[in-house]
Design a protein around this ligand. Structure first.
Ligand SMILES: Cc1ncc(C[n+]2csc(CCOP(=O)(O)OP(=O)(O)O)c2C)c(N)n1
Ligand SMILES: [Mg+2]
Length: 371
């Protein structure tokens, strides 16, 4: 059973996130938090860059980039614990890596051994990381046994407190499923929460409305994070919604709706922590709109207008965090280079290992349902 009695905050700053509802001020005090988030952000970036390179050199037939989403996904995942459910889409590798892996185990000494008070999922991190690489490469050892080469899989390891429901490509369809896991937690009375990421494109679906409405009426322990990267495939936000900001929709459901700078992990963590507190204490869901940029084409091949892309590049969340760490004298430029090299080397080793692993047996019957 997960102990949810402790409350933690990872931010050094006292940050306020106020929405139209009742998001509270978080008093933040845990040391080395930004280093922890940075470690996972850098790992997620190197993961993405590796697969992007494979895609560009023809070794991989598709890739959906998570570059630019790391501050939001890593920081949000930092606020949940073992036992909570995580529901992700195609740009959420940061949350997956943060939730699956103990960075102290896979990269000893990379970040300080301070306790965030958060109960991490158990199990063998390296094995899980290797299986994730196998999943991306369609190997037999992947979570879907090679039937799929992306994030369309579930990984439930109850003994380790890991509940990850992978993407449903119909985007908005994720939301009622996520609210459903929150409903199950509520019925069990165990104070666990469901965290679901979606893009702003999914907010135009009926599922968005239905799930948020029922989540609010039933006060479900549910947090919906919209990663608003201003594009849904080739549809810009001007063609997607006419309200001032998507966070405002929370008011219509009677729940807090908060817009946050999705390039700032400390701000995201602060808002998320408040939402998690609210959910665990039975007060119901929160809608969070994280403002990001889409740094790549939808699936790499189409393009974001050049001037817009330049703007996003100057707001790259990893660059911003690294600058902050140097400005605060937490890390030096050479420390950052070392962290980068260690993350890149680990990803390289694991991907190479996964590449050498067996392909799925083509004669095996397709598994449609879980074993
Ligand atoms: C119901 C439905 N319509 C269309 C698609 C094709 N499609 C896949 S991703 C995508 C855009 C998603 O945009 P957004 O939700 O903003 O997420 P982003 O890719 O920007 O992170 C579309 C239209 C789909 N998967 N499901
Ligand atoms: Mg989008």
């Amino acid at each position: 059973m997960v102990d949810h009695a402790r409350r933690s905050s990872l931010s050094d700053d006292k940050a306020t996130a106020e929405g139209p509802g009742s998001i509270r001020e978080i008093d933040a005090s845990v040391h080395d938090s930004l280093r922890e988030m940075h470690g996972y952000m850098r790992l997620a970036r190197e993961w993405d860059l590796r697969f992007e390179k494979m895609f560009r050199t023809g070794a991989l037939s598709k890739w959906y980039s998570s570059i630019g989403n790391e501050a939001t996904t890593v920081a949000a995942a930092c606020a949940i614990e073992a036992g909570d459910s995580l529901l992700t889409l195609h740009r959420d590798s940061g949350a997956i890596l943060r939730h699956y892996l103990d960075i102290h185990e896979i990269l000893p000494g990379l970040i300080p051994e301070t306790s965030s008070g958060r109960k991490s999922v158990g199990g063998d991190s390296r094995q899980r990381f290797l299986r994730l690489a196998c999943q991306m490469l369609g190997r037999k050892h992947g979570f879907s046994a090679g039937h799929e080469r992306s994030y369309h899989y579930n990984l439930i390891e109850e003994q380790h407190g890991l509940i990850h429901i992978g993407m449903i490509s119909h985007l908005g369809s994720m939301i009622p499923v996520a609210a459903g896991t929150a409903f199950a937690f509520q019925q069990q009375g165990n104070h666990q929460v469901a965290l679901n990421f979606i893009g702003e494109g999914a907010t135009s679906t009926g599922d968005f409305h239905e799930a948020l409405n029922i989540a609010s009426v039933w006060k479900l322990p549910f947090i919906l994070v919209i990663e608003n990267n201003r594009w849904a495939f080739s549809t810009p936000t001007s063609q997607q919604y006419a309200c001032h900001q998507l966070a405002d929709r929370g008011q219509g459901y009677g729940i807090p709706g908060v817009q946050v700078d999705g390039n700032d992990p400390e701000a995201v963590f602060t808002v998320m922590s408040s939402a998690v507190d609210r959910a665990r204490s039975g007060e119901g869901p929160t809608l969070i709109e994280a403002m990001l940029g889409r740094h790549r084409g939808h699936s790499e091949v189409d393009l974001v207008p050049a001037d817009e892309q330049d703007g996003y590049s100057s707001q790259d969340p990893l660059d911003l965090v690294e600058k902050k760490l140097v400005d605060r004298s937490t890390l030096s430029v050479s420390d950052l280079a070392e962290i980068r090299n260690r993350c890149a080397s680990l990803v390289m080793v694991l991907v190479d290992e996964a590449m050498s692993m067996p392909q799925p047996d083509p004669d095996l019957p397709r598994r449609i349902h879980a074993d």
